[in-house]
Design a protein around this ligand. Sequence first.
Ligand SMILES: [Ca+2]
Ligand SMILES: [Ca+2]
Ligand SMILES: [Ca+2]
Ligand SMILES: [Ca+2]
Length: 223
Amino acid sequence: MKPRAFISASLVAVTLLALSSLTTASLSVAGESTAFLTTAGAFAPTFSGGRDGFAARLEQSGACSDDGLEENDTCSTAPPLTAGTYPNLQICSGDDDYYAVDLEAGETIRATITFLNFGGDLDMYLVGPGCRTRLRSSTSNLNFERIEYTTVAAATYTLQVFGFGQAENSYDLDLEVLPPGAGCVDDNLEENDTCGRATLVTPDIYPNLQICRGDDDWFGVNV
Ligand SMILES: [Ca+2]
Ligand SMILES: [Ca+2]
Ligand SMILES: [Ca+2]
Ligand SMILES: [Ca+2]
């Protein structure tokens, strides 16, 4: 994996790309030579000649060093994980990380990944039993993603961590499993999380409904 970026004219743009890279990089600009700092320290770009005096090349070098929980690249081969903190994990370009979590009915999974979004935008999904349905998404531009979900049935649920647009970054994973009743207890008009699964209601008063984190409620009315 050697991501490359080709930039025209602007060394400012090149510098920004280098800053967003957490690995070493080499830079070549035809006919020019300079050095600049990254947040990681001194940066010594290499320059080489070319026909286009304004073309610049930033080449990331050094293979992405993946973490010790590999291989975990598909939902169906996800290694089982128990509650705890897992630091220094890594997303390499195009290489998702899946983690399987066995949960009892009514238990709540609360999963948080933390990272510096500037270095690469990571996102996270929670996938339901049998790897069939995406239950939750966390796709912000913040320095963390968090998913909380209370199960309906005992089963294996799977977290999927991935880089937005092939982004690479290191991250920490914090995995909590709360006992039944400790998480957000949803109402009995579930599951109604999408327009297509809206609960059909008739004119009446429906008390004690509940919104849990990341769980919308949809209601359909025949008119
Ligand atoms: Ca990984
Ligand atoms: Ca992986
Ligand atoms: Ca994100
Ligand atoms: Ca709902």
